[in-house]
Write a protein that binds this ligand. Structure first.
Ligand SMILES: C[S@@+](CC[C@H](N)C(=O)[O-])C[C@H]1O[C@@H](n2cnc3c(N)ncnc32)[C@H](O)[C@@H]1O
Length: 236
């Protein structure tokens, strides 16, 4: 594990070569290759290992992948012995059967979670919060806080750019087209995540970035000029 960086930080492509990251990525790639239902978006190659490094996973602990889509991540979490719930507006079919696991897929709104208070030890919310808008994000944060156990961790990542109102053109495979979904800047991070009631950032946050260098690098990596940031929020 790389431990000379701030625990809460921006996507760093060099980190993909870190043995901790590389081992998780090898497992994710191997699982994704077994069927054609799941996916592994390029930026998640950093986001999932980062989130794993910050979670507190005991054998059999209860985890929620909040806004899981058809990602391979809940399957991976189940394979390593977690009791996994995957929640989304639209849940995938056939993944449990393809991988011989038992993820509890649940079709629901993040702003109205159908779980008891203090159910989960960890919640992963990977590249979802920036899609929820000005009212949805605070409501989802409040719900995720409610269903986390006291001391439980919310590992949240979001797309991050210098200006959340900028017009961005996707230039990757299938592009170009205007990006019509949300991303966060520092102001959004503060407003929605760092000031979320009852959730406290654990550890330092490093947002230093050289945008002149990062923009072309990220365009080559996943088609957008923005990067991602990972935050560890602990339920007080
Ligand atoms: C960019 S995708 C990320 C999916 C997955 N976490 C991953 O790592 O690939 C955003 C996901 O959030 C889900 N989503 C958006 N709004 C939601 C809501 N209000 N409640 C539940 N899921 C939602 C979408 O259906 C989509 O699957």
């Amino acid at each position: 594990m790389t431990d000379n960086r701030a625990p809460n930080r921006l996507l760093d492509l060099e980190e993909l070569n870190d043995p901790y990251f590389a081992n998780i990525l090898a497992d994710l790639d191997q699982l994704t290759a077994q069927e054609s239902i799941s996916y592994l978006h390029p930026s998640k190659r950093w986001e999932y290992p980062w989130a794993m490094s910050r979670a507190k996973l005991e054998p059999g602990s209860r985890v929620l992948d909040a806004g899981c889509g058809a990602s391979i991540f809940p399957i991976y979490l189940a394979k390593i012995g977690q009791r996994v719930t995957g929640l989304d507006l639209d849940v995938p079919e056939g993944l449990n059967e393809a991988h011989g696991v038992n993820v509890d897929y649940c079709q629901a709104q993040l702003t109205e979670l159908p779980f008891e208070d203090a159910t989960f030890d960890n919640i992963f919310c990977i590249s979802v919060i920036e899609h929820l808008g000005h009212e949805g994000a605070p409501a989802a944060l409040a719900e995720m806080r409610r269903v986390l156990k006291p001391g439980g961790r919310l590992l949240v990542t979001t797309d991050f750019y210098e200006d959340a109102d900028a017009e961005i053109i996707y230039e990757g495979e299938g592009g170009p087209f205007p990006v019509d979904w949300g991303f966060y800047d520092e102001d959004c991070l503060n407003r929605y995540l760092l000031d979320a009631p009852g959730l406290k950032l654990e550890g330092e946050l490093d947002l230093r970035v050289d945008w002149d260098e990062v923009k072309p690098t990220m365009r080559r990596f996943h088609g957008y000029p923005y990067t991602s940031v990972g935050l560890t929020l602990v339920r007080e």
